[in-house]
Design a protein around this ligand. Structure first.
Ligand code: AMP
Length: 424
């Protein structure tokens, strides 16, 4: 098995990894680091959770520390573009962690917060800049940032970036980065649009691909609960009585939905917060910090806001709504079962979502087990799923079914689930 010392990483980096408790490189690290140390361009097909941040951060830190160059004022030596602020902060923090024994300056640039500090941080030039495209372009236009010292250019989560409409901004940024550079592009998926972008950006790239889908999906205990739409919230209340759900990430399809679910849970005394694009940066960071520290038990999120969230110890992912893009399902459930741990993913499926479920089962290449042992089980949806027909409209009344007393959500714990039959 390869170890970090086989990868020719310098001692201060190895020491930082040891401090973090990393013993062996992940597959993407094992494959990508040798190419990157040779200064090759790289096309990385990998999603968050595979260790891809270290895969690019470690060799970049090593290159930086081995040359005496300095960034010009207002410029940077490394530019990392990410689609979201949360991901920007995480990458920024990772550079701090892996570079702890070396002297590196780093900062972030993203929207939703004042720009004064960002301008200040850039004024004398900086080693590592992690930025989202919109604010970066703003500051470039104001002549507060320039990109003429960039030696390493990383485009992270390129597929998301394009989904979010950042292609024009990315192209404008690329045009400002020196041609002589090392370029890395990471993407979880490789649609035509991303392949096109990569072809224009990368020079003779090495290609590394890791497919964690199957492995992470295998480690996650997945169930689907058929429920009429109007009973979803009551069902969530019922689930959350189970103390085995220590730290849960709940996904909704819309920002509005996230707020509604969070408000309702708060009323029932659950320690909850929501994270989505309409919240200020401060509020999002507060929610994340609370979730990380355990102050908050349930974080309700939309897919985009949850990108790159890297919180350890998420025991449960609950899909309050099924995603209409099946890849999002894989991303979502990958938030639990991090770093070798087992996790549990529970999906609600209403009458309108059975087609989404079919698409998901196609890409994960397995059937999700049905859990009918809850108070709101909608047999008509289960029947429709079995026959592949569209189910009839939602039933008017819940059909309470008594639960057995064993916790079904903890893999066999003995917490008791109470029947929530009368509360709809
Ligand atoms: P990423 O895919 O970069 O978001 O990383 C996912 C998680 O894996 C992060 O919490 C990292 O700290 C962790 N991680 C990355 N590389 C390793 C490694 N070689 N050994 C153990 N944990 C790692």
């Amino acid at each position: 098995m390869t170890s970090f010392s086989d990868l020719n990483l310098i001692e201060p980096i190895q020491r930082a990894l040891a401090t973090e408790g990393y013993t062996t490189p992940t597959p993407i690290q094992e494959q990508a680091i040798p190419y990157l140390l040779q200064k090759r361009d790289l096309l990385g097909i990998a999603q968050t959770g595979t260790g891809k941040t270290a895969a690019f951060a470690l060799p970049i830190i090593q290159h930086l520390s081995q040359s005496e160059r300095r960034a010009a004022p207002k410029s940077c030596r490394v530019l990392i573009l990410t689609p979201t602020r949360e991901l920007a902060v995480q990458i920024y923090e990772s550079f701090g962690t892996y570079g702890r024994n070396l002297k590196l300056s780093r900062t972030t640039i993203f929207g939703g917060v004042g720009q004064g500090q960002q301008i200040q941080a850039m004024s004398r030039g900086i080693d590592v800049l992690v930025a989202t495209p919109g604010r970066l372009l703003d500051l470039i236009e104001q002549r507060q940032v320039r990109l003429d010292s960039v030696e390493f250019f990383v485009l992270d989560e390129a597929d998301r970036m394009l989904d979010m409409g950042f292609l024009p901004a990315v192209k404008r940024i690329v045009a400002l980065v020196p041609k002589e550079r090392q370029t890395l592009l990471f993407s979880a998926t490789m649609p035509q649009s991303v392949a096109g972008l990569a072809a224009g950006l990368l020079r003779d790239p090495a290609r590394v691909e890791v497919t964690p889908q199957a492995t992470s999906a295998e480690r996650v205990g997945q169930t689907v609960l058929f429920v009429d739409k109007e009973h979803k919230r009551a069902l969530l209340d019922e689930l959350l009585r189970d103390k085995a759900i220590v730290r849960a990430l709940v996904f909704t399809r819309t920002k509005h939905g996230a707020n509604r679910v969070a408000e309702q849970l708060a009323k029932t005394g659950v320690r909850v917060d929501a994270i989505h694009g309409n919240k200020s940066q401060g509020a999002r960071q507060k929610a994340l910090d609370g979730f990380k520290s355990g102050k908050i038990r349930v974080l309700v999120a939309t897919d985009i806001a949850a990108r790159g969230i890297d919180v350890e110890g998420i025991t449960h992912v609950i899909n309050f709504d099924l995603p209409n893009e099946p890849e999002s399902y894989v991303h979502r459930i990958g938030r639990t079962a991090r770093a070798g741990a087992d996790g549990i993913a529970i999906s609600f499926c209403d009458a309108e979502e059975t087609a989404y479920l079919r698409d998901i089962e196609k890409i994960i290449r397995q059937q999700v087990a049905v859990d009918a042992g809850h108070s709101f089980h909608a047999q008509h949806i289960a029947n429709a799923r079995a026959t592949g027909r569209r189910p009839p409209g939602p039933q008017r009344r819940p059909q309470p079914q008594r639960n057995n007393n064993r916790s079904r959500f903890s893999g066999g714990g003995n917490n008791k689930l109470q029947s929530a039959g009368g509360r709809a």
